[in-house]
Write a protein that binds this ligand. Structure first.
Ligand SMILES: Cc1cc2nc3c(=O)[nH]c(=O)nc-3n(C[C@H](O)[C@H](O)[C@H](O)COP(=O)(O)OP(=O)(O)OC[C@H]3O[C@@H](n4cnc5c(N)ncnc54)[C@H](O)[C@@H]3O)c2cc1C
Length: 426
């Protein structure tokens, strides 16, 4: 049996711990907070293989230049002179082109091939969480915008994702009578699902604890001991933990961890917000993407979660009221009846880990054969969690890189052999 330490108890770290434990490994999860928090808990909960598009997309540069300085716009980029951040931003903009987008679609669709099967396996093994199989609806005020979005989905057919059929106003309002009369059309990805995110992380945590996985919570990894290309242990605020292999799944903070072994990994936090209304102010049968207003509404048992916005303002958990208010304003336009202002709704934020090409980094860190990274899942961390965990568990237990993660090799960002022997302490 092998001792594996996983740094980070978000959905990626937990799904990886699950897949490793299923293969018989001894696993310890180290999490700096009392439990999963941030992105893995505040997200919209969509398991959406039908939406494999990365964040950098053709046309985003022009759009983001218009938006970037307005702090209540769907995309906010805080001006800064930080060199790493500016280099990341240039890399990100360079990937906003058709070729990079097509590469991302192909790679992400391949990783998603077993997504539902792996989630179903997890449930069958006793991981309990709230899941809904109602599909995801996309709605539009403008017929031209609907037409444009439908055209942009046509290339997905090449990857096995059938273009959805358009829905007219009458059909949409029959499906969702709470929608505002100004919604004129849309489409429905009927096969996608959604979960209540905090039940997924707590369900995985409960299962792992019941299967002898050790949790070191309120414990921060501050250093990684390594020698001759081999990671030996993590140093934490609670002491040293020896390991046969280590997986860094620290979300937007993953770059801080790889720096401990001398490797630079460009990951920024794309902050998103949620605004929870409980009880649900309107009946809602399924999640809805209001693409024109760039926010989504997810119904969960007894509540509706609004989620959205993308803010690059560094690694912090500040909740900006103007951005939360923009979500509430969007809902007031989208539904016939919606409470004025934010009222008693609860706001929170989380950082999506985003690389310059918008794709995850999954695989061995260059220079190491027992130190892996699983991060950078951007807007698709829940969707890709089970398949990432499965692939990382294969990588660690067999030593071979599964085909489905070859496109996500961390080496595309780091130079090989960067590791020097140290017992690093941050
Ligand atoms: C508003 C919003 C909506 C979203 N909606 C969806 C959606 O509908 N579907 C979807 O698929 N994805 C969605 N996402 C994206 C998804 O939530 C993320 O991709 C995913 O949660 C990332 O998970 P993670 O485990 O990599 O990172 P995290 O959730 O950030 O977890 C990393 C963990 O590592 C811990 N950590 C960091 N440093 C250390 C250290 N030094 N020592 C110990 N622990 C450490 C952190 O405390 C944290 O708990 C959304 C995100 C947001 C913000």
């Amino acid at each position: 049996m092998t001792d594996i330490v996983i740094v980070g108890g978000g959905v990626i770290g937990l799904a990886t711990a699950y897949a490793l434990r299923k293969r018989g490994a001894r696993v310890t999860v180290v999490e700096s907070h009392p439990a999963s928090h941030g992105a893995s808990v505040v997200n919209a909960g969509w398991i959406c293989p039908s939406l494999p598009g990365p964040v950098p997309a053709p046309g985003l540069v022009t759009q983001s230049l218009k938006w970037m300085l307005r702090s209540d716009s769907p995309l906010y980029i805080k001006p800064t002179l930080d060199f790493d951040y500016l280099r990341w931003l240039v890399g990100f903009w360079r990937h906003c082109n058709a070729r990079a987008y097509a590469h991302a679609l192909e790679a992400t669709t391949a990783l998603n091939a077993r997504t539902f099967e792996l989630f179903d396996d997890m449930q069958a093994s006793g991981v309990g969480y709230e899941e809904h199989k109602t599909g995801i609806l996309f709605v539009f005020h403008s017929a031209a915008n609907l037409e444009h979005d439908l055209r942009s989905l046509e290339p997905l057919e090449k990857y096995g994702i059938k273009p959805p059929r358009p829905y007219g106003a009458r059909e949409l309002h029959e499906l969702e009578p709470s929608l505002s009369a100004s919604i004129t059309g849309g489409f429905w990805y009927e096969g996608d699902r959604h979960v209540r995110p905090d039940t997924l992380t707590s369900g995985l945590t409960d299962w792992l604890k019941a299967h002898d996985v050790e949790f070191r919570t309120n414990t921060r990894v501050v250093g990684i001991e390594h020698a001759s290309g081999k990671a030996r242990a993590v140093n934490t605020t609670g002491g040293r933990l020896p390991a046969d292999a280590i997986v860094i799944a620290a979300g937007a903070r993953t770059g801080e961890l790889t720096k401990m072994v001398g490797a630079t990994l460009p990951i920024q936090g794309g902050k998103g917000y949620c605004l929870d209304y409980a009880p649900s102010p309107v009946p809602l049968g399924r999640p809805i993407d209001f693409a024109e207003s760039r926010f989504v509404a997810s119904p969960m048992d007894g509540m509706i979660r609004l989620a959205g916005t993308m803010e690059f303002s560094g690694i912090n958990d500040i909740v900006r009221q103007e951005r939360v208010a923009a979500l509430a304003r969007g809902a007031a336009r989208a539904f016939k009846e919606w409470p004025e202002g934010i009222g008693g709704a609860t706001a929170d934020s989380g950082l999506r880990p985003i690389t310059p090409d918008g794709l995850p980094v999954i695989g061995w860190l260059p220079g190491f054969a027992n130190l892996a990274v699983a991060s950078g899942h951007a807007m698709l961390g829940v969707t890709l969690s089970a398949s990432t965990g499965d692939a990382v568990a294969d990588l660690i237990t067999t030593g071979r890189t599964p085909d489905v993660i070859e496109a996500f090799d961390p080496a595309r960002f780091t130079s090989r052999g960067t590791a020097k022997s140290t017992s690093s302490e941050k």
